[in-house]
Design a protein around this ligand. Structure first.
Ligand code: SAH
Ligand code: SF4
Ligand code: F3S
Length: 494
């Protein structure tokens, strides 16, 4: 904590700032499973007649954390609103993955200043991955006094106590634990979907890719016990959920840290979940290094395990992968890719790619293009490298001008689009199973959903189909989506 900010604030027990150094220093300490979450009596009804709004940035992990925070607030009597002017509590659940993600959040915090002036009783909180960064917390302390509360990704279960402190304290309340690696099992959650659900299987990341902030913001890798996960999935099946997505930053490392289970990995877990009566099971994100043969064998059994693999490659150059600290080579990635493709027929593959990593040469970038040509990905996310303070890559000197990076991104996107169109064209005239998720964003007359392979399908049909699995015949395969006709007579095959 810098001198400048320490003089302004009261270091009470509710002032715990983040430290990237502490986050890095994770020892082999045992993971604590906590089961004693409860709302203090004096907070149990504090939200009666009041409303909350949570704005979520970032990945599925954050989306799911928002569901947990919503669950906690609802237990305290708060109701959800989508109008910031009506809200008594606004939480901004932030993402730190790239600079532009952070800039968006700061812009937004700025705009909430007027709202806070109009309604001084409003509690404005900042949480999520940005709250784990020292630079961010210092900036908020210095420039955004309208913020009442900052709490980290390990402090979500303390929301009732922190909210209480924020309601009764004049100072900004900051509680960010940097080394914490516990699992809190009995948190309430208010799920946003009625037929699709996120299920955390593990937290944190120990991969420390040199460009990435996540291992610092999310703590060490820790797996939930299979029993807890299976119980949660069974309950979702009982409630009629149609699709679950198993979540973790590096799901292939699942189980490695479970002391009482030897050699129990993601394959074993998926094999158990396969037997539960839920029609669709997805998982994300896979790391190529830990993707093992047992998992491939289990995925090949199909059933409710969807044939879509998100397998981030990051770069097609072994030299760049080495400096990124990814732990695999181009050859090893391709070998794995083909092994999965052979074992799981019709599987779709998506990926993540970073261009313009420090000192990436033209040749190295060409290797990325050639890997994309070989894999013919169905789609993916592509990014220009963004330096994150505190990570090893941020200290590397970089000789690649931004203009060059932008051109590389454009070239890569063009190629990815070509393969997206090519893979979609294969669906022409085929009948596919679609989970109907709602009205299409562009046209409320049209319904929209995904195939098992995660392709977006748009078609016309009655709204009563929302939440159902239906058959759709593809009549027009486009670059990023498929248009089709609902096959009414074959509805309910599954
Ligand atoms: N755990 C996942 C990725 C999580 S972050 C994995 O390892 O695959 C999602 C994606 O953001 C990453 O796959 C990477 O492509 C991108 N990303 C992460 N840090 C980045 C950075 N500093 N600059 C640009 N892109 C980044
Ligand atoms: Fe970041 Fe690498 Fe962990 Fe993915 S595996 S979250 S890219 S450190
Ligand atoms: Fe962003 Fe944190 Fe997810 S940095 S991508 S919200 S784990």
């Amino acid at each position: 904590m810098s001198e400048q900010t320490s003089s302004k604030v009261d270091f009470s027990k509710y002032f715990q700032p983040p430290s990237l150094k502490d986050a890095r220093r994770r020892r082999r300490q045992a993971v604590q499973i906590i089961n004693d979450f409860s709302i203090p009596e004096d907070m149990a009804a504090i939200g009666r007649g009041k409303q909350y709004l949570i704005e979520t940035y970032g990945c599925q992990m954050n989306e799911h954390d928002t569901e947990v925070m919503a669950g906690i607030l609802e237990k305290m009597g708060y109701h959800e609103t989508d109008d910031p002017k009506l809200a008594d509590v606004i939480l901004i659940n932030t993402c730190a993955i790239r600079e532009n993600a952070e800039n968006k959040v700061f812009g937004h915090i700025g705009t909430l200043k007027t709202l806070k002036l109009e309604k001084p009783g409003l509690i404005l909180g900042v949480c999520g991955c940005m709250a784990q960064e020292e630079v961010v917390v210092n900036k908020i302390l210095a420039k955004h006094p309208q913020v009442d509360l900052i709490f980290g990704t390990h402090n979500i279960h303390r929301l009732p106590q922190l909210l209480k402190e924020a309601l009764f304290s004049k100072e900004m309340v900051v509680e960010v634990w940097s080394k914490e690696g516990d699992i809190v099992e009995n948190l309430p959650q208010s799920r946003r979907g009625h037929f699709q659900a996120w299920v955390n299987i593990m937290y944190g990341c120990d991969k420390f890719c040199t460009y990435c902030i996540v291992p610092y913001t999310r703590g060490k890798e820790r797996s939930r016990h299979p029993q807890e996960i299976i119980q949660e999935v069974r309950e979702l099946a009982r409630q009629g959920y149609k699709e679950i997505t198993l979540l973790g930053q590096n799901v292939n490392a699942y189980g490695k840290d479970l002391p009482d289970l030897q050699n129990y990995g993601l394959g074993n877990l998926m094999d158990e979940i396969r037997r539960i009566g839920i029609p669709r099971v997805r998982f994300t994100t896979s790391h190529p290094k830990d993707f093992d043969d047992h998992l491939i064998e289990v995925l090949a059994k199909g059933g409710n395990l969807c044939e879509h693999i998100h397998l981030p490659v990051q770069s097609g150059s072994s030299d760049v992968l080495k400096i990124m600290g990814r732990g695999y080579t181009r050859e090893r990635y391709l070998e794995l890719f083909h092994k999965i493709k052979d074992a799981v027929p019709n599987a779709s593959f998506t990926t993540d790619i970073i261009v313009g990593f420090p000192n990436e040469t033209d040749e190295q970038f060409e290797e990325t293009l050639s890997l994309v040509r070989e894999c013919e990905f169905d789609g993916g996310f592509t990014f220009i490298y963004s330096p994150r303070a505190g990570t090893p890559a941020a200290r590397m000197k970089d000789n690649v001008p931004m203009e060059v990076k932008k051109v590389r991104l454009q070239r890569l996107n063009k190629l990815m689009d070509e393969f997206s169109a090519k893979s979609n064209a294969k669906y022409q005239d085929q009948t596919v199973e679609v989970l109907v998720e709602g009205e299409s964003r562009k046209n409320p007359e049209v319904l929209s959903g995904h195939t098992r392979t995660n392709k977006v399908v748009n078609f016309r049909g009655p709204k009563s189909l929302i939440g159902e699995l239906v058959n759709v015949k593809i009549t027009n395969a486009k670059m990023w989506s498929l248009n089709g006709e609902w096959q009414e007579e074959t509805q309910g095959v599954r």
